[in-house]
Write a protein that binds this ligand. Structure first.
Ligand SMILES: C[S@@+](CC[C@H](N)C(=O)[O-])C[C@H]1O[C@@H](n2cnc3c(N)ncnc32)[C@H](O)[C@@H]1O
Length: 271
């Protein structure tokens, strides 16, 4: 049990995992994560069967390539030169890459050395996150990617909006949802570019929770504690969880934060 994700991901709930893990139980038929990002919880759980999805198609392509060809992606990754100048060269070349395994290697490389694990594109869809000089950690090893592939072998992985994925939820499923913060009304650096989550998406999510509940599945949502969220998730079981949040890499946003966990099942009393 328990392996690590091979990506860095802005908004990842890595630090919250010890508080979320106890909600997963072996009695669940399947794990479903429609906002997968780096799928940190999925890799901690290593469920026997899963659906993973995200609106970010480059991310989904990378997951599929690593699940199916970890060694081939690793061999391509090894060939990429290191350092700031090389990073900008690779970033420029990435837009022109078409072969799935090359694209996956470039994605893993750029994700590792970019600023704060952000994925952001310009209006033409070209990845444009700057280089991070430090604190990025090392590139994944062949062992890391092979382990990830093994865990991912149980997963159906696809690109798309969360509502599409939720249509396939069945009785007995465990659905973990970690959407981006809806920041429509804040003058804040937008973490997810044009695919940012808006308050209207939060309303769509709230409506989807009813459908999940009615079909007999269990859901768990993690979200930043705020008035809008408490309003939208009213009527479900809600618990606060203290963690450290890192948004967009700015020091003033790297601070202790209160998240909420929301579920249609009673939540354990954990600080
Ligand atoms: C907070 S991150 C999830 C982080 C994840 N829990 C992890 O372990 O890294 C939110 C993810 O939702 C995705 N996303 C944004 N809007 C979406 C939508 N409408 N449908 C599906 N995924 C969406 C983003 O691309 C991003 O990867």
């Amino acid at each position: 049990m328990s392996s690590n994700t091979f990506l860095r991901w802005a908004g990842s709930k890595k630090r919250l995992i010890p508080k979320i893990l106890p909600y997963w139980g072996e009695g669940f038929a399947r794990y479903v994560e429609p906002f997968m990002g780096s799928a940190a919880l999925f890799f901690s759980i290593e469920p026997p069967k899963a659906i993973l999805s995200d609106i970010n198609t480059a991310l989904v392509e990378t997951f599929c390539a690593i699940r199916d060809h970890p060694a081939a992606v690793y061999n391509r990754l090894l060939r990429l030169p290191l350092g700031e100048d090389a990073y900008y060269q690779i970033r420029q070349e990435y837009a022109a890459q078409r072969a799935p395994l090359d694209r996956a290697a470039y994605f893993v490389y750029l994700n590792r050395f970019c600023f704060n694990g952000l994925y952001r594109t310009n209006t033409k869809g070209t990845f444009n996150v700057p280089y991070a000089a430090s604190k990025t950690g090392r590139l994944p090893t062949l062992n890391d990617l092979s382990k990830a592939a093994k865990v991912l072998s149980c997963a159906h992985i696809r690109a798309g909006d969360f509502e599409e994925t939720l249509k396939d939820v069945k009785s007995g499923d465990f659905v973990y949802m970690d959407p981006p913060y809806a920041v429509n009304n804040r003058r804040i650096f937008r973490q997810y570019g044009p695919d940012s989550f808006g308050t209207e998406d939060l309303d769509r999510l709230a409506a989807a929770l009813l459908t999940i509940d009615r079909c007999g599945a269990t859901f768990l949502v993690s979200y930043a504690m705020c008035r809008a969220a408490l309003e939208v998730f009213r009527g479900w079981h809600v618990r606060r969880a203290h963690t450290q949040r890192s948004v967009a890499g700015f020091a003033w946003h790297r601070r202790k934060a209160v998240e909420i966990l929301v579920s249609n099942r009673e939540l354990l009393d954990r600080k």
